[in-house]
Design a binder for this molecule. Structure first.
Ligand code: THU
Length: 154
């Protein structure tokens, strides 16, 4: 039996985002300016909106021992995880100022996004942006990681 996966997402301009979503992308853009990315020269900012409305931001953090660094998405998610706030995440935005197309999270971040979204009642809204006017909007992390690795200890 042949089966097919398909992914539905939107390509939009900033102007087509809701005011709250545009604010979230702007927060990610501002966060990218504080990235610690001296080795790659590739800053990334990430921002999360919680259900109650507040915004948290983070950015990539690198190190001379390259694998010790971490992507903006995981710095943000692990910070929110440490605060017990993951179940309250409603939306996430990621912004890479050096890309002229929307930045897409790496495979490791998709895995972490996937597991953490399972702590939320509703799928997260995900907005990916670069320095152009076009952004991608996904509803739900599942679309980003088909056949995700999922396992729970008994
Ligand atoms: N990076 C992120 O922070 N998020 C992404 O979605 C893609 C890559 C970081 C990791 C590294 O610090 C730099 O960008 C270059 O890969």
């Amino acid at each position: 039996m042949e089966r097919t996966w398909s992914v539905t997402y939107e390509e939009l301009s900033w102007a087509e985002l809701s005011p709250g979503e545009a604010e979230l992308v702007k927060a990610a853009e501002a966060a990218a300016q504080k990235a610690y990315a001296p080795y790659s020269g590739f800053p990334v900012g990430a921002a999360a909106r919680l259900i109650a409305g507040e915004i948290y931001t983070a950015n990539n953090q690198e190190n001379a021992a390259y694998p010790s660094g971490l992507c903006a998405e995981r710095v943000l998610l692990f910070y929110l995880g440490a605060q017990g706030l993951v179940p309250q995440i409603q939306a996430l935005a990621v912004y890479a100022p050096k890309l002229s197309h929307p930045v897409m999270p790496c495979g490791a971040c998709r895995q972490v996004l996937h597991e953490y979204q399972q702590m939320s009642q509703n799928p997260w809204t995900l907005i990916f942006a670069g320095n152009s006017q076009r952004v991608y909007r996904f509803i739900g992390v599942d679309l980003l990681l088909p056949f995700a690795f999922v396992w729970r200890p008994a």
